[in-house]
Design a protein around this ligand. Structure first.
Ligand code: CMP
Length: 139
């Protein structure tokens, strides 16, 4: 079993889609090892997305990610990082395969319902960003 981090983003939480997204993740075999409902402040969002700091969409991304509550989830599965990226689909919902979470629930390239870690190294960093080791349950 390996771990990855997902964040159900402010658009999906505000639209009342968090439960459906969680059910989708569970139906794909992911198990929750930690879950919170929280709102990021500007500094936290800038740090979390630091790798995108120079990108033109960065200010708008930070504004969006701080606009309301989010649900970070530490998830466990075999090959969790790659499997989750497949289940959520492409960044732009217009390019996401039918049946993926972004195809079903995302509004746009920015307001795209869910984040997922892109490597095991980033998964470890992103899980530690939201959760202490003592908060993680291995089932
Ligand atoms: P995420 O997987 O969380 O990683 C970075 C986020 O930046 C991405 O999802 C989108 O929400 C956002 N993003 C990436 N590319 C663009 C873009 N071209 N325009 C607007 N937002 C983007």
């Amino acid at each position: 079993m390996t771990r990855t981090l997902a964040i159900i983003k402010p658009d999906a939480v505000a639209a009342g889609r968090a439960g459906k997204i969680l059910a989708h993740l569970e139906s794909e075999g992911f198990r929750m090892t930690a879950c919170r409902l929280t709102r990021l402040n500007r500094l936290q969002a800038e740090e979390f997305y630091g790798v995108h700091r120079e990108r033109p969409f960065f200010p708008s991304l930070v504004s969006f990610m701080t606009s309301g509550p989010v649900i970070p989830l530490a998830l466990e599965a075999e090959d969790a990082v790659q499997r989750l990226r497949k289940v959520i689909g492409a960044t732009d919902p217009a390019e996401a395969l039918p049946g993926t979470i972004r195809a079903l629930h995302a509004e746009s390239k920015e307001r795209n319902a869910i984040h997922a870690s892109d490597s095991d190294e980033n998964a470890a960093r992103e899980i530690a960003f939201f959760f202490a080791e003592a908060d993680l349950f291995s089932l």
